[in-house]
Write a protein that binds this ligand. Structure first.
Ligand code: DOR
Ligand code: ZN
Length: 346
């Protein structure tokens, strides 16, 4: 039997939602992860420090007795965001990052940013105080092919922004392309990138060949195989600029299996066994801890967790629940499409 013990991981990009869904999915993350950066794309979004404080309270209230978990809150950047409110939220320790959604890029992003010049005062304040900006890095111009949205964002939005504000600390969220990998790798200490579990496992064929698979549809959409391989090389490189952000994004099955299905893969339940499988395949199990437990805290200037998580490889394939049953409805757990022998030893 093979096994590996790592510092308890954190998830640097997570959707927990609210109400019945929050209650249903929170234990799936808290079971394995100590902390997570909580995405603010609720309806209505988490825009102000007061919104973030109230949402944090709701998350902690939804945590089952005996479980420990620290939500790291973010603010949803709008063209009306007040730099002073952001600075106060950061100074109090409540907020760890601000999220940039280009308006219309993804789920509940219509309140996001249309014109970057309108948020420059906020970004300048963030650069001054060292508060990271998390970016959903896709352009929304209908002329741009959906598979090119990330590369075009890098060239037309991200690079000009970083030239204008080189001190701004920035996380390229859920990168999906070799262009994203190359840009993050060359970006120096103020730039990092998160990588999801599912983008290490699926390419666009998995979504579209042999019938459309709505549970593999997410944004940014999975790309060609060469991009998946670039993401695998980056995640398993051990380099400090790459770390785990699962983007685990629950939607009830009725909204995934729909004529206009929602974007999001729900990976909170089985991310750690899947990552052990992937890192073993890449002969990089010794770098799993850097990716899942060390590089993220280092970038966010937080201590790594003291608790440990043990993963064991069993002789037989391990079963995962196919669905999590929440009071909002069933949520399908990401199915990698291959047997997984790794399991978290609890
Ligand atoms: O697939 C996704 N789902 N990508 C996002 O950017 C948002 C997320 C969600 O909130 O469902
Ligand atoms: Zn997300």
């Amino acid at each position: 039997m093979q096994e590996i013990t790592i510092r308890r991981p954190d998830d640097w990009h997570l959707h927990l939602r609210d109400g019945a869904m929050l209650k249903g999915v929170l234990p799936e993350t808290a079971r394995h992860f100590a902390r997570a950066i909580i995405m603010p794309n609720l309806v209505p979004p988490v825009v102000t420090a007061a919104d973030a404080s109230a949402y944090r309270d709701r998350i902690l209230a939804a945590l089952p007795p005996g479980m420990r978990f620290e939500p790291l809150m973010t603010l949803y950047l709008t063209e009306g965001t007040d730099p002073a409110d952001v600075a106060a939220a950061a100074a109090s320790g409540l907020v760890k990052a601000v999220k940039l959604y280009p308006a219309g890029a993804t789920t509940n992003s219509h309140g996001g940013v249309r014109d970057l010049t309108k948020v420059m005062a906020v970004l300048e304040k963030m650069a001054e105080i060292g508060l990271p900006l998390c970016t959903h890095g896709e352009v929304v111009d209908p002329e741009v092919d959906i598979f090119d949205r990330e590369a075009v964002f890098i060239d037309t939005v991200l690079d000009p922004l970083r030239r204008r504000l080189p001190e701004l600390r920035l996380v390229m969220e859920h990168i999906t392309t070799e262009e994203g990998v190359a840009y993050a790798a060359a970006g120096g200490p103020n730039l990092a990138a998160t990588i999801t579990t599912h983008h290490l496992i699926i390419n666009r064929n998995h979504i579209l060949v042999g019938g459309i698979k709505p549970h593999y549809y997410c944004l940014p959409v999975a790309k060609r195989e060469k991009h998946r391989l670039a993401l695998r090389a980056a995640a398993t490189s051990g380099r400090g600029c790459f770390f785990l952000g699962t983007d685990s994004a629950p939607h009830v099955d009725a909204l995934k299996e729909h004529a206009c299905g929602c974007a999001g893969c729900f990976t909170a339940t089985n991310t750690m066994p899947l990552l052990a499988h992937v890192f073993e395949e890449e002969a990089a199990l010794d770098r799993l801890e850097a990716f899942a437990s060390l590089n993220g805290p280092a970038f966010y200037r937080l201590p790594a967790n003291e608790a440990r998580l043990r993963l064991v490889k069993r002789p037989e394939p391990q079963e995962f629940p196919a669905k999590i049953i929440t009071e909002a409805g069933p949520v399908t757990v990401f199915n990698p499409g291959f047997p997984v022998q790794w399991q978290v030893d609890s």
